[in-house]
Design a protein around this ligand. Sequence first.
Ligand SMILES: [Zn+2]
Length: 388
Amino acid sequence: MIGPSFERIPTNMNTKTVPSDIRARNIMAVFNLLFPAATVSRSELGRTLGLSRMATTEVTGEMLDNHIIREVGEDTRAGRGKRSVMLAIDTAFWRIITIDLSQPYLLQGALVDLGGRIIERMEVPIEDRVSISITLIAELAQKLMAASSQPILGLGVAVPGVVNHEGTVVDAVQLGWKDVPLHDELRDILDLPVLIGNATNAALVAERFFGEGGADSMLIRIGAGVGASLCLNGEIVDGSACMAGEIGHVVVDPEGPGCACGKRGCLEAYLSTNNLYAQIASDPANRTEILTGAGQLLGRVMAMPLGLLNLHDVTIDAPADIGGETFIHAMSGELSAALNTQYMTIPLLHRCQVGPNASLRGQAISVLRRIVPHIRQLSTHMHTAHDE
Ligand SMILES: [Zn+2]
């Protein structure tokens, strides 16, 4: 079944047009309390959010009608007098399609429920990321759409590169893309709400809800390139030109090795997996020293931004044979030496807990967080669809 076409959902989801009225804010507040897997009664919801009984009934009613939340039986905890109906995210109705362009050798797609769980997965083997085309992405989305027995809320695409607020991929070196209007092209082909996002940002969103990421946290991805993502007060920081976290080509040593970008001594010239694997292959006996040096370097260059930001945690998203215990221990040692004082301790450093699905799941979560505040429009449209 293909879902309704949502003309009344923001025409471009990449442009942040969150309704500012109280009802929309209440919907988002209820969603945030329940996502991904909490069960809460109406009266607890009202108390926590400071809503009157009437306002609580209204907002939860609207979310129930639109299958965003559902009733999940009664509170059976001991010591309760009158039993109350519990509410949770409705994971049975809507599906989100999500596609990750950041994996080597495969184009990865999935159907995800409103709790962020992968329901069905599809993969297209690719020789190289440069062979990824808009047609290939659209075909995978159509296959996932056809495989879903439930209506589709929207499509998310996670891109290893810079994405602007129009959903245009400004620059994605690994894909060989420059100024590709991915949002507009996919929406025209698929007639669905589409949200294009940076794959590292998506991974941090997933880590936040399903791993160990806090509301103030950072994720550093080490792969063919090196990039970071920053979350402050629970919001991903895009930066003034959507370039926040693009640390791969920041020079850490002007005398360092040449980089593909033309400069010398970029962070990526030291820490890309290609470089580290090549170093280890030419000197396998010194594997531990090589990874220790890499971890120390990252700790040294990140000490100042981390001192500035006082984050809760930093996720290291790297292949297990690179970003393992040796690397993290070395980074942690360097950060402690630079940052620890009587008043300040370093953020918690940990490996990505969500694993290789992080960007896939995170982009789906971003889609639903972008659409849920618009559920009134959604319900209007569903009524129209009924009447026809
Ligand atoms: Zn460079």
